[in-house]
Design a protein around this ligand. Structure first.
Ligand SMILES: Cc1cc2nc3c(=O)[nH]c(=O)nc-3n(C[C@H](O)[C@H](O)[C@H](O)COP(=O)(O)O)c2cc1C
Length: 356
């Protein structure tokens, strides 16, 4: 794998623990970085003060480099009030039917202000900043480079990979259709950019002159080697780390990963308003008839928050978002440092077996 990427990032293994806004914790990120991979902290849902606080917690646990990740969004959002009212009625009726006593609320703001989050990231000055959902601006890129921060963009098509390369990003992470969590797509309708990693990766490697990182459905060292053979400079694994004790995923989520039928892992818009891969469940089924009237991200995400919180507290995995990639059943619940070791042993063994 590209030693220049590893050297530049100061990491030992070609392994990136994917940012996972929500279930990622400082302990998970620090454990992976400390074990020689690159831990990433998805801070997309956090207010600036929490970004500063969580980053300090990571730094208290390790002096190794780590990545901070943000959702690139506008600073403000206009909601269609009649769509909001309609979906609130649907959600309130569902909560009543499911015996949850909370009801939806109209939040003071739909999401944290991106430019404030970006300022917090600059203040933290992590070794790596990664971004998803859109491009950052050339000015923002310059601000990061001025602070010597390595910039990784997320792409779900060759056109998006090119856009990041033309902007001047240091590397691009291609997210295959297999990937768990939100689709990073920004130049296309999400359903038009559901490209499998084995197709997207070699296409992107040929299209851009910067290191390409592979993400989507990679759960073991053999998968990491396969990505390397197709030109990846490193592999980014999310779901593989979800069942680690350091992950903040709820117990029901961790349990459901191991038994998830592959055909039940689908693309879901009804939790957040943005396409994301996860387990279809009782909630997604109940919301199916209302697909056409769902408000976009982050409006719907904010409106479903009380339901997700209450259902989570009640241990109702069938009503919350359980994001995961298509190969989720290959998950191995073990401490993150141990998982890094296992992955790298598998990677080395596969290399020995298959590469002369
Ligand atoms: C629970 C979960 C949350 C995620 N959150 C983020 C995020 O905050 N930022 C991001 O860039 N990618 C996020 N992703 C996507 C990952 O970066 C990556 O594309 C994906 O995990 C790769 O597929 P895999 O889960 O099959 O390994 C998330 C993935 C999961 C499973």
């Amino acid at each position: 794998m590209s030693t220049s990427l590893l050297q530049r990032l100061g990491i030992v293994h070609p392994l990136i623990q994917a940012p996972m806004a929500g279930p990622n914790t400082p302990a998970l990120v620090a454990a992976v970085s400390h074990a020689g991979g690159l831990g990433s902290f998805g801070a997309g849902y956090l207010e600036p003060k929490d970004i500063l606080d969580q980053s300090a917690q990571i730094r208290a646990l390790t002096d190794k480099p780590f990545a901070l990740n943000l959702f690139v969004l506008p600073d403000t959002f206009e909601a269609d009030e009649s769509a909001v009212a309609r979906i609130r009625d649907r959600l309130d009726a569902l909560m009543e039917q499911e015996g949850l006593s909370v009801r939806t609320q109209r939040p003071a703001s739909w999401a944290p202000v991106f430019s404030d989050q970006f300022a917090a990231l600059c203040e933290v000055r992590p070794a790596v900043a990664s971004f998803v959902f859109n491009l950052i601006t050339p000015t923002q890129l310059r601000e990061l480079h001025r602070r010597d921060i390595y910039v990784i963009g997320t792409a779900t098509s060759v056109a998006e990979a090119r856009a990041w390369a033309e902007l001047g990003a240091d590397a691009v992470c291609v997210q295959g259709a297999e990937a768990g969590g939100h689709r990073g797509t920004f130049l296309h309708a999400p359903e038009e950019a559901m490209i499998g990693l084995f197709a997207l990766l070699p296409l992107a490697v040929r299209a851009v002159g910067i290191p390409v990182i592979a993400a989507g459905g990679i759960m073991d060292g053999q998968g990491m080697l396969a990505a390397e053979v197709l030109g990846a400079a490193a592999s980014q694994l999310g779901t593989a780390f979800l069942a680690c004790p350091e992950s903040g995923a709820a117990p029901a989520w961790k349990r459901d990963l191991a038994s998830a039928d592959d055909h039940r892992i689908g693309t879901i818009r009804s939790f957040s308003g943005r396409a994301a891969r996860g387990l279809r469940n009782r909630y997604t089924q109940a919301m199916q008839p209302f697909e056409a009237e769902l408000p976009p991200y982050p409006i719907l995400n904010a409106l479903t928050a009380p339901l997700r919180r209450a259902a989570g507290q009640a241990g109702r995995g069938d009503l919350v978002s359980e994001w995961c990639g298509q190969a989720a059943t290959l998950v191995r619940p073990m401490p993150a440092a141990e998982l890094v070791k296992v992955l790298m042993n598998e990677y080395r063994a596969a290399r020995h077996q298959f590469v002369a």
